[in-house]
Write a protein that binds this ligand. Structure first.
Ligand code: GAR
Length: 189
């Protein structure tokens, strides 16, 4: 089994979906969540992780320089033997040093086609662009922002979605299924 650390910054609905699939789904006997980590001690997802019996940790990033904060996280993770870092709504750009410390081991989910939209507010972008379809992208993290090699993409049909909330709801439903499926393919390979 691959040992995974899941990184979150907030709600953690993707993390929850992954934990469920580890217990009883496509990630069962494939991935073992050994840590849920957050840069935000108030992240609601930390409580959810605890309710699944997963060890949690947080180091506040607020007010810290990117490189200094990431070094703290690197040092902290020395206590763990991690095969993959799974970013699930981790709203921070990772420093070069962090990416190099975990080269080819960091995977992210981005709620748009990374060729078309990088960075934050991807569902707002789909809404404002009146897209009929958008894509969810699972990709390796490199030293750029959402520039890493794409592992897989899933189409989200937005036809008839009238509000930003409709779009987010449809997108998240795909994210929750697709992320675990894709992680399973990577980790079984
Ligand atoms: C998800 O839509 C995820 O794809 C997105 O943040 C949301 C987190 O929700 N990530 C990014 O935009 C990364 N740039 P969650 O905390 O409920 O999983």
């Amino acid at each position: 089994m691959k040992k995974i650390a899941i990184f979150i910054s907030g709600r953690g609905s993707n993390m929850k979906a992954i934990l469920e699939q580890c217990n009883n789904g496509v990630l069962q006997n494939v991935a073992q969540p050994i840590l849920v980590f957050s840069n935000n001690p108030e992240a609601a997802g930390l409580e959810t992780a605890k309710s699944y019996g997963i060890p949690t940790a947080s180091i506040p990033s607020k007010g810290k320089k990117r490189v200094a904060f990431d070094q703290e996280v690197i040092d902290f993770l020395e206590n763990y033997d991690i095969d993959y870092i799974v970013l699930a709504g981790y709203m921070r750009v990772l420093s070069k040093r962090f990416v190099q410390a975990f080269k080819n081991k960091i995977i992210n989910i981005h709620p748009a086609d990374t060729h078309q939209h990088k960075g934050l507010h991807a569902y707002e972008w789909a809404y404002n662009s009146n897209l009929k379809h958008t894509k969810i992208t699972v990709h390796y993290v490199d030293e750029g922002v959402d520039t890493g090699n794409i592992i897989a993409q899933a189409v989200v049909n937005l036809e008839g979605a009238k509000t930003l909330e409709d779009i987010e709801k449809r997108g998240l439903a795909v994210e929750h299924r697709f992320y675990s499926q894709t992680l399973a393919e990577v980790m079984k390979a």
